[in-house]
Ligand binder design. Structure first.
Ligand code: XMP
Length: 510
């Protein structure tokens, strides 16, 4: 399938450009400015988008255009920093400026290929210092704002377009239209649908794996479960799926995931390792130590089970991982946006890894995995679950993790989450959770005093978990949940709701 490659000059919106293209059913992938023409060809590039970036093209060491791009004949859409690079490279003039234009601007478009159908005024999101003051020969100015004369320019005969504003952000309501016009100018395939994603992944897994077996660790989360479904479709019984139940999932969740996968044909071997994990966590209160203990226990249990299956059924050559595209972009680092999230996956791979890795979701965003899950038949309430951390309830059980404390937390969490669903608020939150704090306090119940635990409820809105705001759940709803918890869980006599955003707070309490 052909693609549009986005060259990343460090804009915080680079990833958004690829996502918007995928919304237009175009396959898109991000590369660094030093990408070679061979790599672009290998991606089936039919067009290239140069992203914005925080620097001035006049700054020392400012990254340039990919070598050979201008001679390749590939259609180009250059945004912000990319526009300045393109203008300079083709003989236009770019003015450096200390003053930044930032925020919403009203743009007047004069038509042209990209603005066909949106001539006139529209709102666009601007964020720039430098600007083009003289377009290169062959280019015409296609839009202006009050402050920026060359807000867009194009040389349609050469399929080169440039925008000073950001078409990829929602603050530019006509932006998707403009991107779609570029897509049309490139002739790229528009077939990036979940069916296509599945067919493509199935074909490449089959090609890579041949007649060999693939081992997959299932954590209970959406990504690994969906990968199980996909691999099952690709290689059937040659998938060796091991579900390590660490006993840190939510009430009934392990059983539910197991049932769903089995009903869809995936033959799982389930290892109930909750005792093993509790032992590993005994006496551990530091969150990073908890993660380490869980990661190590996971690796031990998983590989012991893999060895057992190997003895029984013969050699396994491949190990599948549910790595997603954001992990790939982040670990490539360097040319990406400044946010580098620490890797949250349970465990790592042992040093003497005997498997070859396959990562069929390497090019997918999380919402695409959910679409794949839907297309593969995963029930809605499983695939629409909020993100859930690999170390599970262990990092929501502040202080020591014991069987009793986990049980309290599990019941509280279940009341909160099922009430969110019951009252139709589940989708108002990007993530919701309950925390068992190490705090006990005095309360009064009936005629007696109590001295019991405090739990905290947290629900946040977010796009990707990097930043978040606390969800404004209705007070009446919170009151109901609080009553339900204190009435049903005798170990708890106080419920608080967390009203901290991220930053400064994190989503998990740990
Ligand atoms: P924080 O607490 O850092 O969380 O604001 C951001 C997102 O990451 C999840 N999270 C984890 N996920 N292993 C995971 O798989 C972890 O150790 C971990 N810690 C936090 C958290 O649930 C939220 O969605």
């Amino acid at each position: 399938m052909s693609s549009i490659v986005v060259i990343d000059y460090g804009s915080q919106y680079t990833r958004l450009i690829t996502r918007r293209l995928r919304e237009l059913q175009v396959f898109s992938i991000i590369e660094a400015p030093d990408v070679s023409l061979d790599t672009l060809r290998a991606h089936g590039a039919r067009g290239v988008i140069l992203s914005g970036g925080p620097r001035s093209v006049y700054a020392p060491g400012a990254p340039g255009l990919p070598a050979g791009l201008l001679d390749s004949g590939l259609p180009i859409l250059a945004i912000c920093y990319g526009m300045h690079l393109l203008a300079r490279a083709l003989g236009g003039e770019v003015a450096a400026s200390d003053a930044r234009e930032y925020g919403k601007a009203v743009l007047t478009s004069y038509g042209g290929e990209l603005f066909d159908g949106v001539e006139g005024e529209f709102v666009a999101w601007m964020s720039h210092g430098d600007s083009v003051i003289t377009p290169p020969p062959g280019f015409v100015v296609t839009a202006s704002t009050a402050d920026t004369q060359v807000a867009a320019m194009e040389d349609a005969s050469a399929a080169r377009f440039a925008l000073q504003f950001h078409p990829e952000v929602r603050h530019t309501p006509k932006g998707l239209w403009v991107l779609e016009r570029f897509v049309a100018a490139t002739g790229v395939d528009r077939a990036w649908t979940s069916e296509h994603i599945i067919d493509h992944a199935v074909a490449s897994v089959r090609e890579q794996v041949g007649e060999e077996r693939v081992l997959l660790g299932i954590s209970g989360g959406v990504d690994s479960s969906t990968l199980g479904l996909l691999l099952h479709r690709a290689i059937g019984p040659r998938l060796v799926a091991v579900f390590v139940d660490h006993g840190l999932l939510r009430l009934g969740e392990a059983e539910e995931v197991e049932r769903a996968l089995r009903s869809l044909g995936v033959d799982l071997s389930v290892v109930d390792a909750s005792e093993r994990f509790l032992e590993a966590l005994a006496g551990v209160t530091d969150p990073e130590e908890k993660r380490k203990a869980i990661g190590n226990a996971f690796i031990e249990v998983f590989y012991a089970e893999a060895a057992r299956v190997q003895d029984e059924r013969g050699d396994i050559r491949f190990l599948a991982q549910g790595t997603l595209y954001p992990d790939v972009i982040e670990s490539a680092g360097g040319h990406g946006a400044a946010n580098i999230k620490s890797h949250h996956n349970v465990g790592g791979l042992p040093a003497d890894l005997r498997f070859e890795l396959i990562e069929p979701f390497r090019t997918l965003f999380k919402d695409e995995v959910r679409e794949v899950a839907e297309a593969l038949g995963m029930p809605k309430h499983l695939r629409d679950r909020h993100p859930f951390p690999g170390p599970g309830l262990a990092i929501r059980c502040l202080g020591e993790v014991t069987h009793e404390r986990l049980e309290v937390l599990r019941r509280v969490d279940d009341i909160f989450i099922s009430s969110l669903r019951e009252f139709g608020h589940y989708d108002d939150a990007w993530q919701a959770l309950a925390v068992l704090t190490p705090l006990r306090s005095v309360g009064v119940m009936g005629d007696g005093r109590t001295y019991a635990n405090t739990v905290a409820l947290r629900a946040v809105t977010s796009v990707d978990g990097m930043t978040a705001d606390w969800a404004r759940l209705p007070h009446e709803f919170l009151a109901t949940v609080s009553n339900r918890i204190v009435n049903a869980v005798s170990e708890v006599n106080r419920v608080v709701y967390d009203i901290t955003s991220k930053p400064p707070g994190t989503i998990e309490w740990e």
